[in-house]
Design a protein around this ligand. Structure first.
Ligand code: PMP
Length: 412
């Protein structure tokens, strides 16, 4: 059976839910292959934003009037939806943030400041996004601590024996990506967490590129913290999630001070609110939080297992087709990969490839993908990255291949 015949989901029906996918770009039907940067939004998410402002807008948690109650109920119902989606024990463990970056900064500024002292270390990997490097670097600078990095091999996989050696140095935290945005590598996260725990090391998982592609169960993974962004999982921008084990979140100091995160305030002393509100100071992005729930409904209707299987067929098909292009160099060839293909065409700058593909309506990402240290490891300035979502078609892979063939001709 070919990859095309094997897939189980109804891509036409899925695509019909995304109005943007039927538009033209530069006179050509849009081929959107930049899903690693952000996914498009289904109609129900777009509608929910209008619906919220047209019918339900009010501030939450504070009002006795009907609209405020409605908003609060919808906001808290979404928290429960997120809890169920990632298999957390309690809604106390689900904190609404602005996104992955915000979630990591929250943990660095609270758990990090509280637990990491001079001379101690934090462990990350060589394939981290800048947002899982810089907050830890800033913390290490502040504390006089050290940032250690798990090395990777030429395929873009963690060198596990080196990881185990680094765990022996007893870092105060391992903060590691589940799925690499630049390479597509799926790290053996469950095994990594189990090994970290055997050394008493807590683990933060950057799930920004996992949550929309793989079924996640934070209890099964035994993750201490798990973070992701709404906009990469068919939801709106400006909302993300920090999952943290209740025992850890309870022990952490608050991140920001302000309304909602308090129980009582006097000039002498403030008593902080209980979880999850302790970490949600000020008016949140209410409409985005509520609309994230609609994105979760979308994902649940198709099912993450079906999505993973379909996207894997797309990846296999695209890899087979692209490798026939002469002079293509794949960057990231891990055995376990998500639906991301990073590559370069010999002698052609990735930026030029991206600009020419855009003229054909094909949107890909070019550059360092916010992973400059990773690009330095591969000794390249950047890559062209095609990242697939559940609405991408096999024909779109064919269009990418055609487009790249044209690019090559232009530079011949
Ligand atoms: N980590 C990974 C692996 C990512 O792909 C991204 C987004 N490209 C981030 C973190 C940061 O996410 P955000 O910009 O939504 O905060």
């Amino acid at each position: 059976m070919t990859a095309i015949e094997k897939h189980t989901i109804n891509v036409t029906a899925i695509r019909s839910q995304f109005p943007i996918l039927s538009r033209n770009i530069n006179g050509k039907p849009l081929v959107y292959l930049d899903n690693g940067a952000t996914t498009q939004k289904p109609q129900r998410v777009i509608d929910a934003i209008t619906q919220y402002y047209a019918n339900e807008n009010a501030n939450i948690h504070r009002g006795v009037h009907t609209l405020s109650q409605l908003g609060t109920d919808a906001y808290e119902a979404t928290r429960e939806k997120v809890r169920a989606f990632i298999g957390a024990k309690s809604t106390h463990e689900i904190i609404f943030t602005k996104g992955t970056t915000d979630s990591i900064n929250l943990v660095a500024a609270t758990f990090g400041r509280q637990n990491i002292q001079a001379g101690e270390s934090i462990l990350i990997s060589a394939m981290e996004h800048h947002s899982n490097i810089v907050p830890w670097q800033m913390l290490c600078e502040e504390k006089g601590a050290k940032l250690n990095v798990i090395p990777i091999n030429d395929k873009g996989e963690i060198i596990y024996s080196e990881y185990l050696k680094l765990l022996e140095t007893k870092p105060k935290l391992l903060s590691v990506v589940y799925v690499s945005n630049a390479l597509g590598t799926i790290n053996p996260i469950k095994e990594m967490i189990a090994d970290a725990h055997s050394f008493g090391v807590p683990v933060l998982v950057d799930g920004a590129q996992a949550i929309q592609h793989l079924a996640v169960d934070v209890q099964d993974l035994d993750a201490d913290f798990f973070v992701f962004s709404g906009h990469k999982m068919y939801g709106p921008t400006g909302v993300g999630i920090l999952f943290g084990k209740e025992v850890l979140l309870n022990a952490m100091p608050p991140y920001q001070g302000g309304g909602d995160m308090i129980k009582t305030v006097s000039f002498a002393k403030t008593e902080y609110n209980d979880l999850p509100f302790k970490f949600e100071a000020g008016t949140p992005n209410i409409e985005a939080c509520i609309c994230l729930g609609k994105a979760i409904d979308f994902l649940n209707e198709i099912g993450l297992e079906a999505i993973a299987e379909y996207e894997h067929s797309l990846l296999t098909y695209a890899t087979e087709k692209l490798q026939n292009i002469e002079g293509i160099q794949f960057v990231g060839t891990a055995t376990e990969k998500s639906s991301v293909i990073s590559f370069n065409l010999e002698g052609i700058h990735p930026y030029d490839v991206g600009v020419i593909l855009d003229k054909m309506g094909i949107a890909v990402r070019t550059g360092h993908h916010c992973t400059q240290p990773l690009m330095a490891f591969f000794q390249i300035p950047g890559t062209v990255r095609a990242s697939f979502a559940c609405y991408n078609k096999f024909e779109e892979v064919d269009k990418l291949v055609e487009g790249l063939t044209k690019v090559k001709k232009m530079f011949a």
